[in-house]
Design a protein around this ligand. Sequence first.
Ligand code: PLP
Length: 523
Amino acid sequence: MKGDLGRPTQPDAERSGEAPPTFTGNRGLQIEEPLIYEIGRGDVSGVDLPDPPKVAARLGGLERADPPGNPGLSEPETMRHYVRLSQKNYAIDSGIFPLGSCTMKHNPRLNEKTARLPGFADIHPLQPQSTVEGGIALIAELGRRLTELTGMAAVAMSPRAGAHGELCGMLAIKAALEAAGETRSVVLVPDSAHGTNPATAATLGYDIVEVPARPDGTVDPAAVRERLNDTVAAIMLTNPNTAGLFERDVIAIAEAVHAAGAYFYADGANFNAIVGKARPGDLGVDAMHINLHKTFSTPHGGGGPGSGPVVLSEALAPFAPLPFVHVAAGVPRLVETDDDAPAGAHPFGRLTAFHGQMGMFVRAMAYMLSHGLDGMRQASEDAVLNANYVRACLSDLMSQPYGDRTCMHEVLFDDAFLKDSGVTTLDFAKALIDEGFHPMTVYFPLVVHGAMLIEPTESESKASLDLFVASLRDLALRVGRGEVDRFRQAPRLAPRSRLDETRAARKPVLTYTAPESYRSAAE
Ligand SMILES: *Cc1c(COP(=O)(O)O)cnc(C)c1O
């Protein structure tokens, strides 16, 4: 697709640049929102409380003499503050969210409606089991579906997120090795892995040995074999990998790993590319986390909530952590203690206080039931189709590290097309914000120079992809024309432009010092 893509009528971009500063600092109906401490007044409250009764002080002179410094606001002021903040969030509900590896797909409203049913939303984890049988049955049924979709023997439902699932799976591997009287000290991790993989292995005390990718971006079984010996506990391999490519030698890798007495941990964050198409159990996987919040919709903006069940092979199933749901004679029940565990179970310990993220379980279940197996398969196919559409539309202008070939659910570009232009990957991504798009994932995977990873997911229509692609093409052409300032200053139209992200990370200012008055703060 090289032709014109009928850009929308050009908004008068210069106009907002030239607009004079306003008295309030607001830009039209874009309200400049101060901190709640800046707008709050200590003497204001949203509720009228009676004066406290006079009581004899019993704190030995330690009672507070100054007001506590809470930001006092009226109820409408409080509500407006938080609504305005929420409106500054970019969300999948407001536009395309092409973050590669994060899988930001549409969350059907049916999920939300179901999760809010009082029978699910109002239950408490400490309720007696007899009063939450429906909830426990849902966990069991969701778990059954996850094992069926993955072709695995068992599932641990309690991990709270993908990274937590990695910890769970690797702890199960460690427990299985220990049960066999083995102490192994090394975990193999490909160089394109998500940072959580080596972090998980290191947390458990393993030494990391890196496996470099071959020139086509996939792992060479020969490179794995070279590094295998009786000190290797496991390999952690993502498939499809973080370059958006299916590991075509995954079975040979699994066989080599098993022959060395090690286990195959699969990072299943990209399972959304293969649901209903391939089963990890058939590929030799021993443990794999599933990010319910990526593969089965459900929101995970702003860091939560997440859910990372781990499917386990026959060999690892006995080591699944407490608590877990055990189904006997068709009746599911929550097993909370070792003593209560069925015969043959050797839980490696307790991973979480409670059974897992109930709200996410309900959402994932609603997604599965409303899609059906054929619908889930189609979602995977559409996600892959959309990524390849983006790839095909951009491959003449943007460079790809591993050649222009079919990808899975995400397409990876590098910064070779920006070479000598004075524009970096970061500049290019920031320019997308001015165009009204959330940027793609940048500088990941680390092994690709100036990486840009785009994952459109199945949510996007062709019309929405066409506008996104046209905007990227326009930006790439502007790079070619040497319009460097446009990029270096981007985003110019966001409420804030370039923030010093390094300083914010290295020297975060976590305390608030009250100004003398709100007026002086506003100056
Ligand atoms: C998202 C992701 C993870 C971590 O999952 P969380 O749910 O964010 O903890 C691990 N590996 C890959 C490849 C991912 O994309």
